[in-house]
Design a protein around this ligand. Structure first.
Ligand SMILES: Cc1cc2nc3c(=O)[nH]c(=O)nc-3n(C[C@H](O)[C@H](O)[C@H](O)COP(=O)(O)OP(=O)(O)OC[C@H]3O[C@@H](n4cnc5c(N)ncnc54)[C@H](O)[C@@H]3O)c2cc1C
Ligand code: SF4
Ligand code: SF4
Length: 488
């Protein structure tokens, strides 16, 4: 993929060396290496001098061309991927206090729960347990903040989802559900800055961290933002994800008007949600299980932003409260969906427990171990996988951001191959889909993707499944008997 932004990091290094200046702010490396997630913090910090726009591959990216060194240095302190900004451990320590218990996977925590809305109809309008939008609505109802900065579907226009503000619980509750779709808060936050109102913001972990970093640097925003709500994140998707799934359901990108990434099925487990797409003028969606569509399985990481290859924050460690999916067997079976919840402030605890006392919310304690189990795949990708990707890039002589995970190959060789295969699959999905759109032929994307997906799936299959595929009948029974005998 072609790098975007200004001159290459190597070229700038040479310039710096020639002028004997201090090293360039690493935000330029973040942009050069396409590790920008498009949050927009740098743009807000520089009053728009750094712009954030949709790039060639359908996700927001910063453009810092022509921006002076002082502005770059200020922006770097607000960029979650730049080395000049403090990491989540430091920021959460400053905000919530070092004395709060800390788990290396979850971050700091006060309460750890699983829960959901009790209203049987209402919960089907949310992605998971419905607590994220309920909590945000509570902030408005209780007058804790004047408005909420959230993500919802657009009402026309080239993008399907956007950041915007809601002033009433109804406005907020009318646009629930997860948007696996690149957005930016750049213009919304720039507009609200200094307007005399107070706000809450909901975001994936890097966006929450970016907002905290902005608040550290900008006292106007610090005074305005009363609560940051996180949602657990596996990775972010470019627009090609929605478009490629919809196209496989018969709706070409130019006709696509709306998508719902998570339509629940009352007769199936929470994991068997469907992807729905509406073409121009259609009133009913075309739907399918995403796993049956090429690139639809989360683990394939199709259209994953490259930034997510360099992220180690799963539980939005800088957020006051974070909600995710309880992917634990005892909750998965329930089609309504169940949230995992981590609170880090007393205020968040009060709101949740008041909901439980009034019968609006079902809440039960879970252990940090269960929270980690609920995101096991996420941790494999974002901790073990991250170590491999960092080690690969360091070996290639590339700049990598400072992370809380050390580069290294601590996983079996097969897993290392899987990590590399996923990265390749992810990168190729962008190029292949761009070609398919240019040719007006979906097969230009699908045909080369299928063998990549098959190879990825072969590598990710556990050894027992692979053996079973090769051995038939009696031979497999002998293997099972031997394993049982060894386990005794
Ligand atoms: C890109 C992405 C990846 C995710 N990956 C995982 C994962 O790996 N594991 C996991 O457990 N959970 C993941 N989630 C979170 C999960 O999909 C649910 O959003 C979460 O469990 C909340 O469900 P809910 O029913 O409480 O929310 P709802 O009641 O449906 O409300 C959702 C709220 O989230 C906000 N929102 C939706 N999309 C975005 C967005 N892109 N950016 C900011 N705010 C948004 C909406 O404005 C709304 O307020 C991911 C979410 C996103 C957006
Ligand atoms: S990640 Fe955010 S702060 Fe960093 S360069 Fe991109 S838009 Fe700017
Ligand atoms: S995986 Fe990390 S970098 Fe990617 S969107 Fe989620 S929080 Fe941000």
């Amino acid at each position: 993929m072609a790098p975007t932004g200004g001159p290459s990091a190597a070229a700038r290094c040479a310039e710096s060396a020639a002028g004997a200046a201090s090293p360039e702010p690493t935000i330029l490396d973040v942009i050069d290496r396409r590790m920008c997630v498009g949050c927009g913090a740098c743009s807000v910090r520089t009053g728009g001098a750094i712009s954030v726009q949709i790039g060639r591959y359908g996700y927001y990216e910063a453009d810092a061309s022509g921006v002076g060194r002082d502005a770059l240095a200020a922006a770097a302190r607000t960029c979650p991927f730049a080395d000049e900004s403090p990491d989540e451990d430091q920021v959460s320590g400053e905000v919530f206090g070092e004395e709060l218990p800390r788990d290396p996977r979850i971050g700091r925590y006060r309460g750890t729960y699983a829960g959901r809305l009790t209203d049987e109809d209402d919960i089907y309008r949310s992605s998971s347990g419905g607590l994220t939008s309920w909590f945000l609505a509570q902030l408005l109802e209780r007058g804790e903040v004047d408005r909420v900065v959230h993500v919802g579907p657009t009402s026309g226009g080239p993008r399907l989802f956007e950041y915007r503000t809601a002033e009433t619980p109804d406005e907020l509750l009318n646009s629930r559900k997860s948007a696996y779709y690149s957005t930016t808060f750049a213009s919304v936050v720039a507009e609200l800055r200094g307007d005399g109102k107070t706000y809450a913001l909901v975001g994936v972990p890097c966006f929450v961290q970016a907002m905290r970093l902005l608040m550290r640097e900008d006292e106007v925003l610090a005074a305005q933002f009363g609560c940051l709500v996180g949602i657990v994140c596996g990775h972010m998707k470019a627009s090609g994800f929605a478009e490629s799934l919809a196209w496989q359901e018969g709706i070409a990108p130019d006709d696509l008007e709306r998508v719902d990434f998570r339509i629940k099925d009352p007769g199936a487990s929470a994991k068997r949600y469907r992807f729905g797409a509406w073409g121009a003028g259609s009133t009913r969606p075309a739907t399918e299980l995403p796993g049956r569509l090429v690139g639809g399985q989360w683990g394939h990481a199709s259209f994953q932003l490259n930034a997510c290859n360099f992220c180690d924050d799963v539980y939005a460690e800088s957020a006051d409260v974070v909600f995710g999916d309880a992917w634990i067997p005892r909750y998965e079976a329930d089609p309504r969906g169940t949230n995992v919840v981590v609170t880090r402030t007393e205020a968040a605890e009060r709101i949740l427990w008041s909901g439980a006392e009034h019968g609006k919310v079902h809440l039960e304690p879970v252990t940090t171990e269960e929270l980690a189990q609920a995101q096991a795949g996420n941790f494999r990708h974002r901790r073990d996988g991250l170590a491999v990707r960092l080690a690969d890039d360091v070996a290639d002589g590339k700049w990598v951001p400072r992370k809380r995970v050390a580069p290294g190959y601590r996983v079996p060789r097969r897993r290392v191959r899987l990590v590399r295969e996923r990265r390749k699959l992810s990168e190729l999905s962008f190029e292949l889909f761009e070609r398919a759109k240019a040719a007006g032929d979906l097969n230009v994307y699908l045909e080369p993707m299928r063998p990549l997906v098959r190879k990825h799936d072969r590598l990710s299959r556990p050894i027992t499944q692979r053996l079973r595929g090769r051995l038939k009948g009696e031979a497999w029974r002998l293997v099972r008997r031997a394993r049982r005998a060894l386990a005794r």
